[in-house]
Design a protein around this ligand. Sequence first.
Ligand code: DQA
Length: 282
Amino acid sequence: MRIVIINGPNLNLIGTRSPEIYGTTTLDELDALCHGWGVEAECVIETYQSNHEGDIIDRLHAARGADGVIINPGAFTHYSYAIRDAIDAIGLPTVEVHISNVRDREPWRRVSVVSDVCVSTIFGRGIPGYRDAIRHLTARAAWPVETIAYGPDSDNVGDLRIPRGESPHPVAVLLHGGHWRDTAARDLLDPAAVDLTRRGWATWNIEFARVGSGGGFRSTTADVAQAIGSLSDFAEGHELDLSNVVVIGHGSGGHLALLAAVGKSEVPISAIVALAPIGDLE
Ligand code: DQA
């Protein structure tokens, strides 16, 4: 796999630019880290940075032929329709990355004009966000994935992966962790989803409202219940075995798995696996 990583304006100054927001890692150090993560993920990484909109667009065009793009467009994120159109035009799976939590700063940073043409947006995870973006692109390439909406909100989606071999397929519902906060997302369980699918499980790796994106005890647990219930909408078409549904959660997702098991579920839950859950919150 070949992945092109593009950093936009002012990202050449990280290391000294607002270190309380962006940290102390320099761009050279970030590039070196990305190349190392590429080696781990068995893919070739090309890095590029520019402060100029047109140069970023040219680099996107030149990326055609690669397998994926990771882009932090800097402030262009918030208003460059030209960069948005370039991402759309090249048609490569593209992950949008922001080092800082853009939803927790000035209101204008909450707006991204590129998100809708990207396969995923990772923000507020600091420098490791780039590592997670590489992992996400390699997971997408490792096994075909269908993203299905189970409700009206943008967080009401899940990634369905169907195994090879005999059907009907047992189902593993995956609930990611991350303290219920919106900086954590379902890409965190991509490696688990790919691994379980390889082992013969259909995986339904779901997103849900989190704190910062409309989540809270009621709305988050309601989303999880709805996502599990929605399996019956597409079970037939995908040959899912709804008598064998296991809910697996990590961290706060483990907590959600426990709650799903004791709550009302339209689809019966055969078992739960709660990895490092918080078991004693009411
Ligand atoms: C940024 C966030 C943008 O709002 C800002 O203009 C940047 C960096 C980030 O990585 O957090 O330059 O994209």
